[in-house]
Design a protein around this ligand. Sequence first.
Ligand code: NAD
Ligand code: UDP
Length: 323
Amino acid sequence: MEPKKILVAGGAGFIGSHLCDYLIGQGHGVVCIDNLSTGRKENIQHLLKHRNFKFIEMDVVHLHRPGVNFSKFWGGRVDEIYHLASPASPPQYQKNPIGTWQANTIGTVNLLELARRHRAKFLLASTSEVYGDPLVHPQTETYWGNVNPVGIRSCYDESKRAGETVCMDYHRTYGMIVKIVRIFNTYGPRMDKNDGRVVSNFITQALMKRPLTVYGRGKQTRSFQYIADLIIGLVKMMASSKSFIGPVNLGNPKEFTIKELALKVLELTGSKSKIVYKPLPPDDPQQRRPDIALAEKTLHWRPQVSLHTGLKRTIEYFKITLL
Ligand code: NAD
Ligand code: UDP
């Protein structure tokens, strides 16, 4: 396979850094751009000296900053662009709602323009949040969702929906190859311990002997996908036939209540921490589980890593970084 020149926007984040690792491992050239707002240079520290890897600290909202010449990094060529540059955790995107909205709308247009100029393929990391608090369960790609357009999650949900729209418009207007992936809750090593997502919160709390904070009664459900499974799905989607645009769900169809997740983390860490109940945040989706029939049929993809195995690997990572 001929090595490609690939741009990963948001490549210093949790998912992006694993994607950079995978692509470098396959012999491709990778330019990672990231504004380090929720990502960390430590995530890509081991790649910084690699001859096929370049990091540029940059905001996708201001991609055309004077003085930055992308061409010099890839000799005038880019084959693929992955757009992952957006905060992903509710506390993080709610801290900077306007920046989040901009990253997923203006940032998406900027990166699409770059892809258009280079005739590159473009993949958008969209989200299961486009389904909002879903009235259809499990969620299929044909479901249009139940999203509050003016709530505290809207900066993320609605901007991802707008990002999907503009991808389709670039595809219809210019015939560009675009790929839309709706990612369901993903976890694993390199999650930021402070970013407020449920898996990193529970593991950190259990290891630090602090109470696990379950919001509401913990009866809401999520389906947790291990990072390695997602990376394979993203790469398969980018490589899929040019007529397959998606949107396609990538997630693990095994569904758990948040209380079950808390108990599983306590079991696997051997922690004696208690569970405390905190108010449920507004608009928190009550149930979420992907229907992955489309990914199975089109990409021949299915998650391989169970919650048990994935949590054990993630706990090992947090033990090293926390203790
Ligand atoms: P993350 O916060 O770890 O990574 C996001 C990265 O993007 C960070 O490195 C951050 O610094 C960077 N970034 C944010 N805004 C930027 C901007 N304006 N310009 C340049 N860089 C910017 O989150 P993640 O979990 O790795 O998520 C990556 C992508 O996947 C996001 O687009 C997110 O919406 C999507 N996603 C993630 C999940 C999940 O469960 N992790 C679920 C659905 C969708
Ligand atoms: N949650 C929780 N305790 C926490 C963090 C989150 O009970 O410390 C709940 C949250 O209310 C939601 C679920 O866990 O119902 C998943 O939250 P997360 O922020 O990880 O992602 P979401 O799927 O809501 O985007």
